[in-house]
Write a protein that binds this ligand. Structure first.
Ligand SMILES: [Zn+2]
Length: 475
């Protein structure tokens, strides 16, 4: 009986992607992302999950044996990657809901996700997605967090306080198959040194927050990748700043820290940018999350009109917005908040333009920035707030992630690339908001039409809405 059950499972499992599919996307405008251009009116042939050829469109061409998807002059871009995302099932709701959460980003053309703070369930799901047994974006899973203090209701990770504990934790997570090591808060210097040494010994990148005990310059020199531009705002302050705690990590919640925005040392800013670029470290600023959370308040009626609001149950929503409500009950002056927006934008833009390494990440689902949609908001932020061009913004979610992951066969629309594609109604290079109109995606070489994506989304929504908040989060 057990054997039969297993074979039925394998039969079902194999069939997401089983049929040898050949497709032609007919008459599409291709944005290849290897240069800023539009290849007008192409037929894109796809075979065995790879882009086989890109030929000029001709009405007469039959492409026999290929399933035809009519492009009608719509725009084809590479699949988008959200390089900093989490799931509610990581902590706030039960693990079993992740399979539903994974369906949501697809509707937004987000076909890859980098997940800091991993767990064994995420690693399993990553394998199932690769094997075609589960539908969702391809995942890059970071380790459970390494921290010096336990600060969360459900702590997934290791507390490390010495060189050896740090070293051993990295070795263990590396052996378990995580793709990078995620560090969060409260690490002391010895533990940090152990982590960095093991990162070198086991050839696994270290990423995350920057320990206050280390500071950003040391972290950059150690080759750490940085999430949220953590500790940058503290490292650019003049010596006579009234408070030494700037707007990084927990400092941002303290109103008095905001006065530091009047004490920025322009020379330190330039030195830090140069140091970042020269070291070649990766920065995932999650800028929309920070600007919308701490600098430019989004009123409840705007929030409730967006897709995230109704995707979760009222109790999960309340939990996600709790910190936001507490922060905004006593926020800093607008002038200081706008200086913060300007400073972050300047850092991101200058690092990017000087050939530094910037990735698009949403920090979904924090503070109700939910998956997929939140990545669009990050790309729109990169254009409208940071000042990148739409092409540059798209690079941070396509070619740059490919460079980060060292996977040269994804992130572009070119012959030989993996068929991981998004069809858009209109040209995102002329207006970045056009990434919102997804008309279908090619995932693992299989076509998912807009109707199919909507159906999967509704199915996911019905399930996620019913997920109760885990008791550890109830107050
Ligand atoms: Zn995060």
């Amino acid at each position: 009986m057990r054997v039969i059950k297993l074979s039925i499972f394998l039969l079902t499992a194999c069939c997401f992607f089983a049929e040898a599919q050949q497709y032609v996307l007919r008459n599409v405008n291709v944005i290849p992302m290897d240069q800023e251009t539009v290849l007008k009116q192409r037929d894109v042939l796809i075979k065995d999950g790879l882009i086989e050829s890109l030929v000029p469109y001709s009405k007469a061409a039959t492409h026999s044996g290929y399933e035809v998807i009519e492009g009608n002059g719509r725009y084809l871009i590479p699949g988008l990657a959200d390089m900093h995302m989490h799931f509610l099932a990581d902590d706030r709701i039960a693990d079993e809901y992740r399979k539903d959460e994974l369906l949501v980003p697809l509707k937004y053309g987000v076909l890859r996700g980098r997940v800091p703070i991993g767990n064994p369930g995420l690693l399993r799901d990553k394998g199932k997605i690769t094997g075609g047994q589960l539908l969702g974006p391809s995942l890059l899973v970071g380790s459970p967090q390494l921290a010096g203090v336990n600060f969360s209701a459900v702590f997934s990770g290791s507390l490390v306080k010495s060189f050896q504990e740090g070293y051993d934790a990295v070795k263990r997570y590396s052996e378990q198959g995580y793709s990078f090591i995620k560090i969060t808060f409260g690490l002391n210097e010895e533990a940090y040194r152990g982590i960095v040494k093991a990162g070198e010994d086991f050839n696994i990148p270290i990423a995350g927050h920057v320990p206050v005990a280390i500071k950003i310059r040391e972290a950059i020199k150690a080759g750490q990748d940085v999430e949220h531009l953590d500790q940058y705002m503290d490292a650019i302050l003049k010596e006579d700043s009234p408070t030494k705690t700037g707007l990084s990590a927990f400092g941002i919640f303290q109103k008095k820290s905001w006065a530091t925005m009047n004490f920025i040392d322009a020379q330190k800013v330039e030195e830090l940018i140069a140091l970042t670029v020269d070291a070649g470290i990766w920065n995932t600023p999650t800028n929309h999350f920070f600007i919308s959370s701490f600098a430019r308040f989004i009123p409840e009626d705007v929030l409730s009109a967006g897709p995230s609001y109704s995707l979760v149950s009222p109790e999960v929503r309340t939990e996600l917005l709790d910190y936001r409500d507490r922060y905004w009950s006593e926020s800093a002056e607008k002038e200081l908040r706008e200086k913060y927006v300007e400073m972050r934008s300047y850092l991101i833009r200058e690092i990017f333009r000087k050939n530094g390494r910037i990735l698009a990440g949403s920090d979904s689902p924090e503070w109700l920035n939910l998956y997929g949609y939140a990545l669009h908001q990050e790309l729109e932020n990169f254009v409208n707030v940071v000042g990148l061009t739409p092409y540059e913004a798209l690079q941070t979610a396509t070619t740059k992630p490919s460079e980060y992951m060292n996977t040269p066969n994804i992130g572009m629309v070119r012959v030989g690339q993996k068929a991981e594609l998004v069809l858009l109604k209109a040209n995102p290079l002329s207006d970045i908001r056009n990434i919102r109109d997804v008309d279908g995606v090619m995932l693992n070489g299989k076509w998912l039409s807009k109707e199919k994506l909507d159906q999967l989304y509704q199915q996911a929504k019905q399930s996620i809405q019913k997920a109760p908040l885990r008791s550890e989060f109830k107050r």
